[in-house]
Design a protein around this ligand. Sequence first.
Ligand code: ATP
Length: 441
Amino acid sequence: MPTSFEPATNPGLFDAVVNLCKRRGFVFPSAEIYGGIRSTYDYGPLGALMLRNVREAWWRAMIQERDDVVPIDAAILTNPKVWEASGHLATFTDPLVDCRNCKERWRADQIEDACPNCGSKDLTEARPFNLMFKTYVGPVEGDSSVAYLRPETAQGMFVNFLNVLTTTRRRPPFGIAQLGRAFRNEITPGNFVFRTREFELMELEFFVPPADSPRWHQYWCDERLAWYTRYGITSEKLRLRPHEKEELSHYSAGTTDVEFFFPWGWGELEGIANRTDFDLRAHQESSGTSLEYFDQAAGESYLPHVVEPAAGATRAMMAFLLAAYDEDEIAGERRAVLRLHPRLAPYQVAVLPLSKKETLAPLSRDVLHRLQRYFMCEFDETQSIGRRYRRQDEIGTPYCVTIDFESLEDQQVTVRDRDSTEQTRLPIEDLVPHLLGRFDI
Ligand code: ATP
C-alpha cells in the first residue's frame, strides 16, 4: 500500500547521477557526434556491465533460484497477427494532443490543460496514437509485408505456451520468463533513461489455475518488492501501488505497480498484472489452436490464468544508481561514492599495484588473472593510490586489492572496502574465497 512517508524531491541528485553517467561512461546520448537523437541513449563500458548485472540479478531470482520457471528468447519481429489478437493494434495507444500554437505534441494524460512548452491553451482534442513501431519485412514495402517491433516481450511467451508445455512437461503453476529489447514510439520520452523509445524489459508470465490467481498476484507483489530491497534500495523509497479501476489495462483484472521514489517523485519500476486468461483465450480464438491445459488429476481442461510481473531493466538500473549515490567525507576530503550492491557494480574488484615499477608487474598480473576467473576486474596503475580509490568509489567498485613491495616478500595484499574504507591484509591464496564470501549479501 502507498506509504504516508514522502521523501523530499531532489533535483540535485538527478543532475549528479546523470552527470556521473556521462563523465564515467555509464550512459551516452546516442550518436552524439551527429547531435544525438532525442531521448535515445547508448550504454558505455560501465553501463553495459551494470545493465548486464541487472539482467543477471533478475535472471538469478526469477529463474536460477526457482524450480518452477523456464526461460525463452523469442523473436523481436513476429507475425503481425500476434499483435492483432493481443489487442495491441487496436488499443496499445496513448492519447495524443497537438499544441496549435507551437506544434509540440503531448500525452494528454501527462499535462494539465495548457501546453508545457509555450503555455498556450489552444490544444487539439485528444486522439489515440498507436505506440508500436511499424516496419516492413523483406524487400517489398506493402500491406502484406508490414511487421511491428515488439512493444513487450510477453506475447512471445503466450504464443509459445504450448511449445513450452509439451517440451518441458510443466504444469501450472509454472512460469515462462524472458528479457530483451522492447520498442515503443513514446510521445514524450524523457527523464534520462526513465522513458525511452527503445528499452529493455524483464518479464515473467506465471500460469496458474484460475481460482489461484489472486493468491499468486499477492505472492509476486511481495517477491518483486523484496528483489529491489535485496539489491540495495531501502524500503522507504519503495512502495506497492494498486491501480484504480479506470487505470487498468484492457487485459487486466488487477495491477499493482512497484514504485520508486525518483528525484521528481514516485514513479513506476514494474507492473504486476493479473492478466486472467485474456491472452491465451485471444490467441486460441485467433489461431484456432487449443491452448488449454489438461489437468489429469482433476480430469478436466482449462485455460490457465496469468500473473505477470513486468519490469524495465534500463529503468531499474537508473533507480539502483540513484539509490546508491552518496557523498561523504574521508580524511577531510569530499568523495562521491556509489554504494551499489556488489553484484550490480560494473566492476567487483579493482587491482591496483602501488607503483608502476616493473618489479610489481608480474605479481600484480598474477593476482589480476586469479580474480578475473570469478569477478569483473579493473586494473589501474596510474596516479596516486588515493585518487585511484576515489575513482573506484565513484563507480561503485566494492573492493580494491592493492599490491605493494611487501607483497613480493610475504605474498599478501591489502583489500580495501568501498563503504567503510577499512583495509585488511590477506594472503593472496585466500583472496578469492574471502571476496566470494562477501558477495551473497
Ligand atoms: P507507462 O504507463 O509509464 O507508459 P506502462 O505502464 O505502459 O508504462 P508497462 O507496459 O507496465 O509500462 O511496462 C513494464 C515496465 O517496463 C515499466 O514498469 C517500466 O519499468 C518499463 N518501461 C515501460 N515503458 C518504458 C519506456 N518507454 N522506457 C523505459 N522503460 C519502460
